[in-house]
Ligand binder design. Structure first.
Ligand SMILES: Nc1ncnc2c1ncn2[C@@H]1O[C@H](COP(=O)(O)OP(=O)(O)O)[C@@H](O)[C@H]1O
Ligand SMILES: [Mg+2]
Length: 346
């Protein structure tokens, strides 16, 4: 059997740099070495420089103890003889079609969605209308650009107010809940908009959906789509929503895997997850996030084309509950990438 060389790419210029490094550490530890030879390429946060990292101790440490890309040997992807890239990058400059485009240009297969699906999934202002036109429900809301905000704040405020409080204000291309605020009354609105605009020149303002946060994994196995068991994220303590602290810092999040929902609700979620995946033309994998309201209706929130991928992250845990180990899903993803047939015919 020919061993394939897999470039695990991690770090990157996004707020999820450290999570990406933890994902890479996980994959490096679990990848099936009888089939794959891993190398690790780290992208430094400060300047986007690429390094080939030492397999034994790839990462430096941030002051908060989390791993990060510090230094290594300068690297050129074209000369490494890589068979497949595994872009374990989350957020802008990695999950958004940029690294995917680079791989396309270099003719190197890569794990996960292509350029368009990655870019559309990253930008909720584009993903939402596509979901809606495919029969999926989305939260009512509006898009506001920096330009519109600067030119007429009053008009923007009144449009938002008409949606009705409470509202969620969030960057169009957010991740990790950064820049997201729950706004309960009018006098908090403009600060929330300014904060979201400091992360992205385009923001979404949405009515707050009252419901449970439900997540489902989609995995492409031998060219066909499969769904995982459905999970629920429950935020405890005094968090108003699933914010950055709850996600990563203070341990106030619990996951019910499987979610305590009925069989018919679970089937509904799985079908909607596939529909969302196909609506955007995703490939390889995705985690699809929904709200399940008390009257049983399902609202899609977002789709993540490179979800958190540490062994403890939701996506691998959902698959573990489905009977597929972390090592197995890594192999499935690499094989899908190697057999991908979605390219435009030349
Ligand atoms: N319209 C909404 N209604 C209710 N909660 C929301 C809404 N939008 C966002 N949230 C809350 O904010 C969190 C982060 O928002 P999300 O759109 O998922 O951004 P991110 O890409 O940063 O994860 C969600 O998990 C949810 O808790
Ligand atoms: Mg989210």
């Amino acid at each position: 059997m020919i061993i394939k060389r897999v470039a695990i790419m991690c770090g990157g210029r996004s707020s999820e740099h450290e999570i990406s490094c933890i994902s890479a550490q996980g994959v490096l530890g679990a990848i099936d070495r009888s089939k794959y030879e891993p190398i690790v390429i780290g992208i430094r946060e400060s300047d986007g420089a690429w390094f080939s990292l030492d397999l034994q101790s790839p990462f430096g440490k941030k002051s908060n103890g989390l791993p990060c890309v510090e230094n290594g040997a300068p690297v050129d992807l074209r000369t490494l003889g890589v068979d497949v890239v595994f872009p374990l990058l989350h957020g802008p400059y990695g999950e958004d079609g940029t690294i995917q485009g680079l791989c396309e240009m270099m003719n190197i297969p890569y794990v996960g969605s292509g350029v368009l699906a990655s870019a559309v999934a990253m930008d909720k202002s584009f993903a939402k209308p596509i979901f809606a036109s495919n029969g999926l429900s989305v939260a009512r809301g509006m898009v506001l650009t920096q330009q519109e905000w600067k030119s007429n704040q009053k008009e923007a405020m009144s449009r938002a107010t008409e949606l009705g409080f409470p509202l969620f204000v969030k960057p169009a291309r957010s991740g990790s809940s950064r820049g997201t605020t729950k706004v309960k009354q009018a006098d908090e609105l403009s600060a929330a908009i300014e904060d979201a605009l400091s992360h992205d020149p385009k923001v979404l303002i949405e009515v707050a959906v009252v419901g449970r946060e439900i997540e489902c994994g989609v995995l492409e196995i031998n060219g066909s789509l499969h769904t995982s068991v459905v999970g629920e994220v429950r935020v405890l303590g005094n968090h108003e929503f699933y914010d950055f602290e709850a996600k990563y810092l203070d341990g106030s999040t619990e996951f019910d895997i499987p979610a305590k929902i009925s069989e018919s609700e679970s089937v509904l979620v799985q079908a909607a997850a596939i529909k969302a995946f196909q609506a955007l033309g995703c490939e390889g994998l995705a985690r699809v996030d929904f709200f399940l309201t008390h009257d049983g209706s399902l609202i899609i929130n977002e789709i993540n084309t490179m979800p958190g991928f540490t062994p403890k992250s939701v996506f691998p845990m959902l698959w573990k509950a489905q009977g597929k180990s972390y090592t197995e899903i890594i192999s499935i993803l690499i094989e899908s990438a190697l057999h991908r047939r979605q390219h435009v015919v030349r």
